[in-house]
Design a protein around this ligand. Structure first.
Ligand code: CIR
Length: 261
């Protein structure tokens, strides 16, 4: 999968007012802005044209743009985030995505979908049903994907409260290579529609870093998780580490800071 574009949005000054279940303390907004700028530089270094949207002070979680849309090679869908406080984020994302997609279907009530629950693997989409993405939303999304000729299947993660989203625990890096929390191993291997050639199992202490992203020739991975970084290198991946400490305090993973397409 080759990406040429990304949409991002720097955190606003009241970023700390967003949703969080983390016990890691209040984020430092200036440091979060520096970390976000480094993230954008890494995308640009990977040959990505980055659209940087204005911060939205009224929507403190709006930096987590990945949750607001599913962008595929054949079309894009605006989500209806599961947290009511985040539903307003979709408007400006829609305005930006309309520069790339004329048709932009939306997930509608009672359905809810967070983009962090959607993991694409070579044309097959795993749809996590979670505290944010419900079955009605998953069904709507699957219908759009079917219309575009994609396969999809549901992964229910509700029994694992440590995972906010499916992609909190799983990443597909292309060429049959997966990174996942150990709890996903049998699930992945038993699924039809996806290929598992190699699986890097992330240890419990490094669970946060399972949310990594392949961007063209590099894999962006959170800094401070040496075992995963070494395992990626051993698999021939060029890992680029990014400090995510302030986003982690707000339950944000690395993938959720961008929409890539
Ligand atoms: C939230 O709880 O919605 C935000 N504070 C964090 C969202 C992170 N999104 C993601 O990992 N896809």
């Amino acid at each position: 999968m080759h990406f040429s574009n990304a949409i991002v949005r720097p955190p606003s000054r009241n970023f700390a007012a967003g949703l969080s279940s983390s016990a890691e303390g209040t984020p430092d907004v200036d440091l979060a802005l520096e970390q976000h700028a480094a993230y954008v530089r890494a995308l640009r270094a990977a040959a990505i044209e980055v659209t940087c949207l204005e911060p939205q002070p009224a929507l403190p979680d709006a930096t987590f743009v990945e949750d607001t849309a599913i962008v595929t090679g054949r079309g894009a869908i605006l989500t209806r985030p599961g947290a009511p406080s985040r539903q307003g984020e979709v408007v400006s994302i829609g305005a930006s995505l309309r520069n790339f997609h004329a048709e932009l279907p939306v997930i509608t009530a009672p359905g809810s979908v967070d983009g962090g629950d959607i993991c694409e693997a070579d044309g097959h989409f795993l749809i996590g049903v979670s505290a944010r993405t419900n079955e009605a939303g998953a069904r709507q999304l699957a219908q759009h994907l079917t219309r575009w000729g994609y396969g999809s299947s549901i992964v229910d993660i509700r029994a694992n409260p440590a995972l906010l989203h499916l992609k909190s625990g799983i990443a597909y890096l292309g060429d049959g290579l997966w990174v996942a929390d150990g709890s996903f191993e049998s699930e992945l291997r038993s699924r039809s529609g996806i290929e598992v050639c190699d699986l890097i199992t992330v240890s419990a202490e490094e669970a946060y870093a399972a949310n990594c992203v392949r961007v063209n020739e590099v894999v962006l991975v959170a800094a401070g998780y040496p075992r995963l970084t070494a395992a990626l290198s051993a698999m021939g991946c060029r890992a680029v580490t990014l400090d995510m400490s302030e986003f982690r305090k707000m339950d944000g993973g690395l993938s959720c800071l961008s929409l890539r397409f």
